[in-house]
Design a protein around this ligand. Structure first.
Ligand code: NDP
Ligand code: A1CAB
Length: 271
């Protein structure tokens, strides 16, 4: 029996598999994977000799933990198709946005343990921020094992399910928004004469350093605005840029992004 089965090895499933193996948390031999299009797993098979099952039911029957890496709308049909293959009640791990535990439970044998996780794409480099919630059938030992898997690919937090949509926006979606910010700043650098690659490297290092500085100062109670104030010299360049950013709606845009993502999560939950 493999420890972890993964059905759907796309962007997120692949990032998790890659991160788990690369971090040493799970050897490839302890994983059994199935993806609808096998070609999508070729790089993992070549790089790590990832064991691959002939179908999803084989994965479900042979693993202790079963990670569903398919799109949210595929969760219900996939579980319905699996049917009896789930009779042994593996611990089901869902990373699907907008799919509450109760919705997943409705397509599983009664009292199946379910863990809901919201990772992010930075799992690819073991830098995810993952939120975790579990139903009452997940033992403490199983929850600790699932948490250890996601700790191996970044940081984790236990999140009450009613905060999951907001968590997903802050941690699951925000990498895309930050990538866009990096690209926008780099593009502005190009307008001032930098090559795109050079500008991107400069901005990415500034963003990485800024995030690290926030994390290191939080335990001392110093919030990001205090760091903003440290950078803004009186009558200086930063405050001029900051005010221009706010005039263009920067903070309002950040709030709007979070609110739209939460609203979309709620739509997905209702569908
Ligand atoms: N991308 C992200 O940053 C994040 C995604 N998520 C969640 O992760 C989940 C997956 O999203 P993402 O990785 O982006 O999507 P992808 O489309 O990249 O991956 C989904 C994978 O599932 C495969 N698949 C679909 N149906 C089946 C099936 N019946 N059996 C086996 N494999 C199947 C697809 O195969 P094929 O190659 O044939 O299409 C594809 O490789 C979603 O639920 C999403 O909400 C959560 C947090 C962040
Ligand atoms: O866009 C999505 O729906 C998924 C969930 C969080 C990140 N990507």
């Amino acid at each position: 029996m493999a420890k972890l089965g993964v059905i759907g090895v796309g962007a997120m499933g692949g990032a998790i598999v890659r991160g788990l193996i690369a971090s040493g948390q799970l050897p490839a031999a302890d994983i059994l994977a199935f993806n609808r299009t096998r070609e999508r797993m070729h790089s993992l098979e070549d790089e790590f000799s990832l064991p691959v099952a002939p179908d999803a039911a084989t994965v479900a029957k042979q693993v202790k933990y079963l990670l569903l890496g398919v799109k949210p709308y595929m969760i219900a049909p996939l579980l319905d198709d699996l049917g009896d293959a789930l009779a042994a009640k593996p611990v089901v791990i869902s990373v699907a946005a907008g799919k509450p535990i109760a919705t997943i439970e409705a397509h599983l044998p009664e009292q199946t343990p379910v863990v809901r996780v919201m990772p992010n794409v930075n799992a690819q480099i073991n830098q995810s921020m993952s939120g975790i919630a579990a139903n009452q059938y997940v033992s403490e030992e199983a929850l600790a094992e699932v948490r250890a898997m996601f700790d191996a690919i970044g940081k984790t937090a236990l999140v009450p399910e009613d905060h999951f949509a907001a968590f997903a926006a802050l941690a699951g979606c925000s990498p895309a928004w930050i990538y866009r910010l990096i690209d926008a700043l780099a593009q502005a650098g190009v307008a001032h004469g930098f090559k795109k690659e050079e500008a991107t490297r400069i901005v990415a290092q500034a963003v990485a350093g800024s995030a690290q500085n926030v994390l290191e100062n939080l335990p001392q109670g110093l919030n990001p605005q205090a760091l903003v104030d440290q950078v803004c010299s009186p009558a200086g360049t930063t405050v001029a840029g900051l005010l221009a950013m706010e005039d263009a709606g920067f903070s309002a845009a950040a709030r709007a992004a979070v609110n739209a993502a939460v609203a979309r999560d709620q739509e997905l939950s209702a569908s």
